[in-house]
Ligand binder design. Sequence first.
Ligand code: ADP
Ligand code: MG
Length: 655
Amino acid sequence: MIELRHVSKTYRMGDTEVHALRDISLTIGQGEFVAIIGPSGSGKSTLMHTIGLLDRPDKGAYLMNGREVHDLSDNAWAVLRNRHIGFVFQQFHLLPRMTALANVALPLIYGGHADQKGLAHQRLADVGLTDRAHHNPNELSGGQQQRVAVARSLINDPMIILADEPTGNLDSKSKADIMGLFKALNQKGKTVVIVTHEPEIAAQAKRVITMRDGDIVSDKRQGASVAGADSGAADITPLAGDMDVIVPGGIKFFDYARQAIFAMVSHKMRAFLSILGIMIGVAAVIAMIALGRGAQQSIEQQLTSLGSNLLMVRPGSSQSGGVSLGAGAVTRFTFQDVAAIAKLTNTVGNVSPSVTGRAQLVYSSKNWNTQVEGAGTSYEEVRVATPIAGRFFTDEEVASRSKVALIGTTIVTQLFGEDDPVGKTIKINLVNFKVIGVLPSRGASPFRDQDDIVLVPITTAMYRLLGKQYIDSLYVEAKGPDTVDSAQQEVQDVLAKEHHLTAKEAQDSFQVRNMSDIKQAMESSTQTMGMLLGAIAAISLLVGGIGIMNIMLVSVTERTREIGLRKALGANNKDIMVQFLIESVLMSLIGGVAGIMVGVGASFVITFAAGWAVKISIISILVATVFSVLVGLVFGLWPAHQASQLNPIEALRYE
Ligand code: ADP
Ligand code: MG
């Protein structure tokens, strides 16, 4: 059934060569009970690993049921191990966070079986541990643990059981129990190979192979003749068909997910911290996107409320986004310009000049620093700013530089609270002004509160408050939607003429922009801002991902022996890889979901506390979910790959 021909294995440690196996030839037939004995270091374990397809010899041939298996792939070996070989180890190698039952069922994950529980129960009953099925290994004695391991080795009804020092860690009573189990199994026709260094254990076998320094020095049969030794050929399992065993993905996935949860639960703080990293990243992304979109939306609202017929005239180059390059080239607007534009009655409806600056407001004991804007009476119409209380200022008040002011709703709250501000006197930069009205609310956007403003007649602003000789900008209202373009052109021309500029110079010294230009400019600036914030958020997500990678690497190292065991039980590289990937994805997904909740919550808090407009989009939530899964995948890939590449023997030996 098993035939080794001239098998050699040599380990090189620096300069010295260790011949663990020297030209071993060995045949083991069906139903044999073999003990391999010899001093420590004689190559017993190496021989057993070779028979068990855990280790590839350097030289020689291996035939299983007459078929050459030496040259088969790692994956095919994994299938053969799973189906036909049952392992029992000195250290039991049970997975600690699983019940005895789950440990017994473990190989089925890689082999696939309809009734996992039933079969595992049956095997536990076979070793007399029915009442311990739901205990974890740390609640079992050494003997009981080894019996669970024997039950596990039997789960797939293998053709051979390989036990490496199975009694090495046991008291004499348990030793007898385990040997009793093996003898009973052999009686039922199972092939059993036991590695031991204890002669009294070997004495219970039917065939004793003695090894020394990698050589077989004796091979004796003892006691009764081997039952069914010659009937082996009749029972050959067709090996070829085993290569394409299809394991239902669902069973594996369920086990992997459960393992991942076990791993996280047993290291709560560690898992929590790495999840926290992802959570913060995702929350930042969600909140930043919500903030950016909110800003954009409030800008759009403000612009539509202004009407689409508005033109804005500002000094500075139109080529460099409003920043003038040449000193002295900037146009300074005067009231003559206002009058000249007002004469373009074919295309232009209204002109409103504007100056802005900062000012300190005082009312009774309250102070407030705000933006002050000076405007003409047409502001009311051009900027759609009919007062919600009181009245607008008149042409006479503009002409006489009257000390009257309209205030925005933010200032009403800040200075007056619940009081009616109309008719009250406030100080603006130490000058007494009478409040004559309240401006309609325009809403807040993330970078500017539109209602934190004081409006005064332009003349008052220029000559009494801000000390300006020139107008900062002009708002021009075209007659109708179809005259916007011609109004823009005419305003451009008339200003160039007023200031004696050529078309080229005019382009450099002032700009006339319509609403869609302005909208575009504002949108691109909020977009830039949004991208910047998004980039910062993405970086925090990246940092979170690195945290996950770190923890996964630790987890792989910690579970090296588990990986070795899983491989011995029939897991192939892909199985191990998927298991660890699921763990990292699960972790980052939990972080992602928590991050979405925190991000949405934070967005609401921002709206509530700062009054900024935010807009949470379903898309950003979907994107965040997908991204957190991706982060888990990408950053889990390396640790999972590391895990999958482990050599089963070395992994099992790992301390
Ligand atoms: P036994 O099980 O009989 O005690 P082993 O089969 O474990 O012996 O080892 C046989 C020899 O091979 C020993 O000398 C051991 O030091 C050496 N050996 C085993 N595994 C390795 C390894 N991974 N690297 C180097 N030497 C090894
Ligand atoms: Mg050994």
